[in-house]
Ligand binder design. Structure first.
Ligand SMILES: NC(=O)c1ccc[n+]([C@@H]2O[C@H](COP(=O)([O-])OP(=O)(O)OC[C@H]3O[C@@H](n4cnc5c(N)ncnc54)[C@H](OP(=O)(O)O)[C@@H]3O)[C@@H](O)[C@H]2O)c1
Length: 266
């Protein structure tokens, strides 16, 4: 058993690592022994997240300002991270955006922005970090997908998000097939909706429409799930750790669902 969840001696880069879920993943990997860097577009958010993470864990975190949709920026970040940290063995794609518009009104450039941020960015990060993992003969790529890659929403507005997550799931499988011979595993996990900056406004809007508080709204939404509650981002951390750890070394091309049972009954 010992060592199955140990990340000692491993370097990890987490895109979206200052976000609601990414930051928790950064903390868990550091606590499991990894040296962790976080990456995204806003230097202010990255610097603040590194301060928080240091306070919470007593460990040093580095950050890279990088737009994951910008290939030149990702190429430079991959080079810098592998030089400064040593071989990057773990790379997490927890970046993402959502744009909710009914199809009849959806501006095509907004649709493309979501696809770019949620799908094309994964091709780019896998391409440039994968090059170094191939040289090292070992790597773990963990993509944060969504239950919405598997089950469409009933209401209007989610055409871009659901399509992007479905594409992310297939890209995960294709990357697993191509990278497997290099000793690199590629897996994804799909959370249900959670309280993070990405969803807070949506929850406030839905709760406001129903004339209830956000907590009451989430309680209502969770009531029909097998585990009878909505997810917290913390509910995904164990899965994220598993997919980065030696415990999952023979698992690749899979999408796991820490979703309280939604996809089982959905
Ligand atoms: N919250 C939910 O209910 C939920 C449910 C299922 C799946 N997910 C998925 O979970 C992942 C994490 O989301 P979250 O809930 O933690 O949202 P979040 O708090 O909004 O975090 C998203 C992160 O992505 C970064 N980002 C966005 N575009 C980027 C780009 N082009 N390049 C680099 N970084 C970029 C943002 O940082 P910057 O703005 O600094 O770039 C931010 O740190 C996403 O893939 C999301 O689709 C979330």
């Amino acid at each position: 058993m010992s060592g199955l969840f140990d990340l000692s001696g491993k370097n990890a880069v987490i895109f979206g690592g200052a976000g609601g879920l990414g930051k928790l993943i950064a903390k868990a990997y550091a606590e499991a022994g990894a040296t962790v860097a976080i990456a995204s577009r806003s230097e202010e958010k990255l610097a603040a997240a590194c301060e928080d993470l240091k306070e919470q864990t007593g460990k040093e975190f580095r950050y890279y300002v990088c737009d994951a949709t910008d290939e030149a920026a990702v190429e430079a970040t991959a080079e810098k991270a592998n030089k400064e940290m040593g071989p990057v063995a773990i790379m997490v794609n927890s970046q993402g955006i959502n744009k909710k518009v009914p199809v009849l009104d959806f501006p095509v450039d907004e649709f493309n922005k979501v696809m770019n941020a949620n799908v094309t960015s994964i091709l780019i990060t896998a391409k440039h970090f994968g090059k170094y993992m191939k040289e090292a003969g070992y790597g773990k790529i963990v993509n944060v997908s969504s239950v919405r890659g598997k089950i469409a929403t009933r209401g209007a507005g989610n055409a871009a998000y659901c399509s992007s997550k479905g594409a992310e799931d297939m890209l995960t499988k294709v990357l697993a097939a191509e990278f497997g011979p290099y000793g690199i595993t590629v897996n994804a996990f799909g959370p249900n909706i959670m309280k993070t900056p990405m969803m807070n406004k949506v929850f406030e809007m839905r709760a406001g429409e129903a004339g209830i508080t956000v907590d009451e709204y989430l309680k209502q939404q969770g009531a029909s799930l097998p585990l009878r509650r909505m997810s917290d981002p913390e509910d995904c951390v164990g899965t994220a750790l598993f997919l980065a750890a030696p415990a999952s070394d023979f698992l690749t091309g899979n999408i796991l669902y820490p979703d309280g049972g939604l996809t089982a009954v959905g």
